[in-house]
Design a protein around this ligand. Sequence first.
Ligand SMILES: *[C@@H]1O[C@H](CO)[C@@H](O)[C@H](O)[C@H]1NC(C)=O
Ligand SMILES: *[C@@H]1O[C@H](CO)[C@@H](O)[C@H](O)[C@H]1NC(C)=O
Ligand SMILES: *[C@@H]1O[C@H](CO)[C@@H](O)[C@H](O)[C@H]1NC(C)=O
Ligand SMILES: *[C@@H]1O[C@H](CO)[C@@H](O)[C@H](O)[C@H]1NC(C)=O
Length: 198
Amino acid sequence: MDSHSLAFLFFALLLVTVECNSEGDALNAWKINLADPNNVLQSWDPTLVYPCTWFHITCNNMNSVIRVDLGNANLSGNLVPQLGNLTNLQYLEAFGNNLSGSIPREIGYLNHLISLDLYNNQLSGVIPQTFGNLKSLIFMRLNSNKLKGTIPDKVIKLVQFGNLRIMNVSDNLLAGSVHRHGFATTTIIQDAKKLRSC
Ligand SMILES: *[C@@H]1O[C@H](CO)[C@@H](O)[C@H](O)[C@H]1NC(C)=O
Ligand SMILES: *[C@@H]1O[C@H](CO)[C@@H](O)[C@H](O)[C@H]1NC(C)=O
Ligand SMILES: *[C@@H]1O[C@H](CO)[C@@H](O)[C@H](O)[C@H]1NC(C)=O
Ligand SMILES: *[C@@H]1O[C@H](CO)[C@@H](O)[C@H](O)[C@H]1NC(C)=O
């Protein structure tokens, strides 16, 4: 191996290491922000190189996080912008907790996200405009929170041009209404009564 390819290899390894550490750092930034009375995050040891052995975390074969499974975990606190650094994340499952505060716009940078389940929390603020970038998203369940404002047009477009098939935003403080005619395979649930009358 000549010195050029050796240098390249070293650089490539450095990149991989830095990237993987940053995913652990991002998750740890979230952990620090949470109250965890049931100690479900006990295995989240930030000194490990990869977060892949942590409970409730799943990685791909490149040691990059693809799932966070923290549904019904009795967690309180906020979602943090650092979650947007989990670049390969496909499933963010944090339903049925006591999460409050607003949804960071950075979650809209997760362009591999398939499922975003934040229902049954205390989240407030608006649905970020950046969610319009979530072209891989199939499930978006934000129901039973305290979200206000309207559903961004860009998010509605995900139904038409993206993959979004299930979007439940009912039981929030959202304004306006959504009609689901024309989207044969999609269910947009904003208000149970309106849905039945469609
Ligand atoms: C996350 O990404 C932001 C840029 O969006 C960067 O400034 C920050 O250092 C990263 N944080 C972690 C913990 O990786
Ligand atoms: C959730 O945590 C609270 C303390 O904050 C505790 O009183 C309650 O029993 C816990 N609930 C469950 C289902 O573990
Ligand atoms: C829910 O979160 C709020 C704000 O962080 C906190 O004051 C409250 O005690 C939490 N409730 C429970 C049941 O954990
Ligand atoms: C949509 O959300 C509401 C409120 O949380 C819930 O009652 C309903 O079962 C959900 N619908 C579906 C199809 O998940």
